[in-house]
Design a protein around this ligand. Sequence first.
Ligand SMILES: *[C@@H]1O[C@H](CO)[C@@H](O)[C@H](O)[C@H]1NC(C)=O
Ligand SMILES: *[C@@H]1O[C@H](CO)[C@@H](O)[C@H](O)[C@H]1NC(C)=O
Ligand SMILES: CC(=O)N[C@H]1CO[C@H](CO)[C@@H](O)[C@@H]1O
Length: 599
Amino acid sequence: MLSSTLVAAFAACFSTAYSQIQGFNYGSTNTDSSAVTLEQFTNDFTTAKALAGTNDAFTSARLYTCIQAGTTNTPSDAFLAAVNTDTSLLLGLWASAGYDTPSGASLLGRLPMVLSDFEEMLTPRSCSQENIDNEIAALTTFLQSSNGAAFAKLILGISVGSEDLYRISPTGIINKSGVGASPDDITNYISQVRAAIASTAASGALVGHVDTWTAWVNGSNDAVITNSDFIGMDAYPYFQNTMTNPIGDGYSLFDAAYEATISAAGSKPVWVTETGWPVSGATSGDAVPSTANAQTYWDQVGCGLLFGKTNTWWYTLQDAYPTTPNPSFGVVGTDLSDTPLYDLSCSGVSTSASTIPAAQATATVGAASVDAGGAGNEGTPSTAAEQASSAPVATSSSADAGTPATATPSPATPAPTTLITTTSVLPAASASGASASGCPASLSGTYEYPHLIVPVDKDSPTTAGGTSYNGTFSSTVSSIFNFDIPEADSGKTCSLVFLLPSENELVTSAFSLSGSGGLDVAQLKSPATEQTSYSTIPAVESDLGGPTSVIAGSEYVIASGSCAAGQTISYEISATGSLALNYFQDSSAAAIGLYVTVC
Ligand SMILES: *[C@@H]1O[C@H](CO)[C@@H](O)[C@H](O)[C@H]1NC(C)=O
Ligand SMILES: *[C@@H]1O[C@H](CO)[C@@H](O)[C@H](O)[C@H]1NC(C)=O
Ligand SMILES: CC(=O)N[C@H]1CO[C@H](CO)[C@@H](O)[C@@H]1O
């Protein structure tokens, strides 16, 4: 009953200011380890909504645990506070408590011991399971209370765990980030949570997981992606201290992490569950905490890239009560106040890329390129209890730090590449000065695939070809491709690429190719529909030309320019010469067909 319809409903409510959810992260304890009370949660949620400059857009809370601090499995007071203040929730269940072996002492009472007692002594007991049982008990108790129905309506998603996979990775271990959990554990707990809520008012809630971007792009964790309804990503350029990470690179580092995660997530939505820049604390690599830098990061990453475009829970409203941690990320200090430490209004911030230094130059990333670690972080909290409280965990950087996607190896066959650079073909909202060099032809980074392919036949001019999986180009048939360029690509560079692997590279696709000739590509003034026939092809906006000779084992970059974010862009491709090509458009294995790569 909740799921995406609810998300859509919420989005609609906030559309005056922002069309997606904005919120902050809320720990269960204060910096002195005391429990956050009902009154505090209530004041926090009320203050977040009233923050000067934000247009009342910060209406959501992400929690790390369902358990009220200091209790075994009493529901968090944040739940009632959310109901009372109409605050939407990304719930969290703490999923890392490790394993323990029963102490010999606890078995001594059984003397004399039998073999099974010794076996029990040696068998690790999952404390995490006990912990998840308590988390689930707290959640279901509140769902069954008199406030349960109102609470369920506020749930945007349920995250099973937080950065558990980061903590078992080399960088997490080097940085003593504390106990983590394996991908198997997380997927197991996800099933348990789904089963536990199935008969409650929250049945159908989106269930997923939150982790650092480095964990998401690690293929060994793919099962967690497969089993999640959403992907929560934490990323902190501040902590990427083995890379060049001054505030001037904050945007590009974040964007690279975000794009890599989106790429790894496939069809799953990626929500930004933690990011921010500290207002005070130690320097981390080149990253200097200050309110001025926190302001820059808010403006460029928050206002420029995230707010209104993707569900975002910023780190954070307040992390400095009663004492100030090092580093401290709060947009308010020790005193809770709706007057922030810096300007949150996004005023003077244009979302155009030109206001975002260095973004265009370095934002590309090889999604698959998480090699063994090497990079890492500092300042991460070391116990689960601390973690569940409020501290952000460092986002690790990977060893490929600074290696843009353009350096990723291209497919096996050495491919002749025709590069026809046109800077205006993918119309941009503004001339952003995007680099004219274009994006990689390979699909190793972010890319868009066509949402509609329509063949049209000159010999059958009034027949609507309808939707097709194939691209077909011959002396009589051409194909029209519609691409929906997401808002999120605003300010980026898009390249239109045509990929034709050699036959022996193909696994899940096939093509037939005969004759000789090239392709002629035209951008159309309006998108095609399933009813489009040869006689109703939309007018040509511009002729982009194309490769004069198409041969298998090639990648062609047809045109590059600023992404037409938020628009549907349509291209007609015809054959030249005697070329006849019919292929099954497919992005898995060896990708074949027409795509827009984004960088
Ligand atoms: C990748 O994930 C696996 C499973 O979570 C983990 O054991 C491994 O250390 C990770 N590798 C890196 C480089 O983070
Ligand atoms: C699509 O392409 C595949 C591979 O060449 C071919 O087997 C199939 O018949 C084509 N389908 C259509 C409708 O052209
Ligand atoms: C606190 C700590 O150990 N930080 C380390 C995290 O990992 C990186 C890279 O291995 C080190 O540079 C940090 O010193």
